[in-house]
Design a protein around this ligand. Structure first.
Ligand code: PEP
Ligand code: MN
Length: 362
């Protein structure tokens, strides 16, 4: 099995320590021309530290483009040669690890659909035994920090020393403004538990669309993430996968330039900087609470429709008592006072009733 050259290994080590790390490239490698042109134009922006491309694509439904396969690996090798930038690809099986390493891929990443499956993660980890290559691990598609932690442990136990995390958001059912809900608090908690690991944010797969990429990237940087991985394509609308969320290399460069990079404050302003960070966390959490409340009301409206069709009253006292009892019990464990829980649920309940009322009496 070939290993990457020493000088490229040193470059990778420098990139690993650089803040912020910017990784970009197409969702999928499609053709040699597309890979090389994307790479060249990304390198020209001077804002990118590493190139990415999916070679094997774990698609939700069969029949869509499932990746160009091993044939695309020499294109990545060539892209590296032309730009001098290290390359990273996603691996999900032992064979893919072997192929990627044969073609000198510098950094491997484990995708969200793989992190959820301990068998797959273990297979990848076993294939990595005795290999010196950095590995990035995406969060699992479901909001489960234990699964994410388990994947880190499996890879670490295989002897991999350089491990990083990628926060790409979590699947949620129903329409939200995101493709994958960021649930920032989970990334924050994962970072708190693993301060030694890199935490890179993936605005592309969180957003699922171009117009909010910058907003998500800025939030990630404000939350002190170590870098960004953002998809870029020479002709985004014609991309064979994830067309809606990709941007041209030039737009990528421009976006990175628009991000406000906040400095770590170590002087007298240390206190204010710390406070500011906490306040931003509060804002993000509040945003999420609002999103969730909006979703809750949508469910209430569905219930309203059901009740209307079956001619049932809006208020059912037993159900309301049950909700409150559950909330008191949970609240106690979370250190939330009974008084607060009562006020909060009264307000939420009233709002739900108003939403249902509109449905039932419209
Ligand atoms: C990707 O990075 O193109 C990808 C498949 O991402 P995820 O594993 O986050 O869905
Ligand atoms: Mn993608």
């Amino acid at each position: 099995m070939q290993q990457t050259s020493t000088t490229m290994r040193e470059t990778v080590n420098q990139v690993w320590k650089k803040r912020p790390i910017i990784i970009s490239g197409p969702c999928s490698a499609e053709t040699e021309e597309q890979v090389l042109e994307t790479a060249t134009r990304l390198a020209k922006t001077g804002r990118v530290d590493m190139l990415r491309a999916g070679i094997w694509k774990p698609r939700t439904r069969p029949g869509s483009f499932e990746g160009i396969g091993t044939k695309g690996l020499p294109w990545m090798q060539q892209a590296k040669k032309i730009t001098g930038l290290p390359v990273t690809v996603e691996v999900a099986t032992a064979k893919q690890v072997e192929d990627a390493l044969t073609f000198d891929v510098d950094v491997l990443w484990i995708g969200a659909r793989t992190t959820v499956n301990p068998f797959s993660v273990q297979e990848v980890a076993d294939a990595l035994r005795g290999v010196d290559v950095p590995v990035l691990i995406k969060n699992p598609i479901n909001p489960d920090l234990e699964l994410w932690t388990g994947a880190v442990e499996r890879v670490a136990k295989a002897g991999i020393k350089q491990i990083g995390l990628i926060h790409r958001g979590f699947s949620s059912y129903g329409n939200t403004e995101y493709r994958n809900a960021p649930m920032w608090h989970l990334a924050i908690e994962m970072k708190r538990r693993n301060p030694e690991l890199l935490m890179i944010n993936d605005p592309s797969h969180i957003s699922g669309r171009r117009d909010i990429l910058l907003d998500v990237a800025q939030k990630a940087i404000d939350l002190d993430m170590d870098g960004l991985i953002i998809e870029s394509h020479i002709d985004p609308d014609k991309a064979w996968s994830d067309a809606k969320q990709q941007v041209t290399p030039e737009r990528l460069g421009e976006m990175i330039g628009q991000i406000v990079w906040r400095k770590e404050d170590i002087n007298s302003e240390e206190y204010h900087a710390a406070l500011e960070k906490l306040r931003q966390q509060i804002n993000h959490l509040d945003d999420e609470l609002m999103q969730i409340l909006g979703q809750r009301m949508k469910v209430a409206e569905k219930i309203g429709e059901y009740k209307k069709n079956n001619n049932i009253t809006i208020l059912q006292t037993n159900r309301w008592n049950e909700i409150l009892e559950r909330a008191f019990q949970k609240g106690e464990k979370l250190n939330l006072s009974k008084e607060f829980i009562t006020k909060y649920f009264d307000a939420v309940h009233m709002e739900s009733i108003n939403h249902q009322n509109k449905i039932m009496n419209s």
